[in-house]
Design a protein around this ligand. Structure first.
Ligand code: HEM
Length: 145
């Protein structure tokens, strides 16, 4: 497994652990009310689990298992995938923080979403050349690394 996939899966598991813990607290709160402010964590729960866990796990595994074509760099343009890794985690954290409201909430949410969109773009550009069947001529052959 390439190093980037290792780090993406590790980060995704951290998001999973935090997201499930928050979910468990909210679930408990539904039956045995703790404090109304518990519902502030709902947005964090959704962000961590939908993007931090599910999406990041898919990205990490895709980077690992998508075809590696002969005559090209083994995993493609790897720095773009590292950029996506940084952007998705930064974006998820900022967007989750915005769930608390306050004066900076709107700016945080906007910035978080911009980072997440950047992650999607960087990852799509990185993985695109690998999305083809084995034996299909690659458009920009480079030496294998
Ligand atoms: C991959 C796993 C999960 C995902 C993607 C996920 C996603 C979501 C989403 C999107 C919502 C908002 C639903 C809505 O507003 O209609 C939600 C609500 C909630 N989730 Fe999760 N969740 C996951 C796992 C869990 C787990 C494991 C727990 C509990 C241990 C949990 C507890 C809750 C609770 C209590 C709510 C609030 C439900 C309500 O509005 O009454 N979630 N979750």
């Amino acid at each position: 497994m390439p190093r980037l996939s290792v780090w993406m899966v590790r980060a995704a598991l951290l998001h999973l652990g935090c997201g499930f813990t928050i979910g468990a607290v909210m679930l408990y709160h539904k039956g045995n009310p703790i404090d109304p402010s518990v519902w502030r964590w709902l947005a964090v729960h959704m962000e961590l689990l939908l993007l931090g866990w599910t999406m990041q796990l898919a990205m990490g595994v895709a980077f690992w298992v998508m075809p590696r074509h002969p005559g090209t760099r083994k995993y493609g343009t790897v720095w773009l995938a590292w950029l996506a890794f940084g952007l998705i985690n930064g974006g998820v954290i900022l967007t989750a923080l915005s769930g608390w409201g306050g004066a900076a909430a709107y700016a945080l949410a906007l910035l978080g979403r911009v980072l997440e969109a950047g992650a999607a773009l960087a990852f799509a550009v990185q993985i695109w050349p690998r999305v083809k069947a084995f034996g299909v001529q690659v458009s920009n052959p480079k030496r294998e690394t």
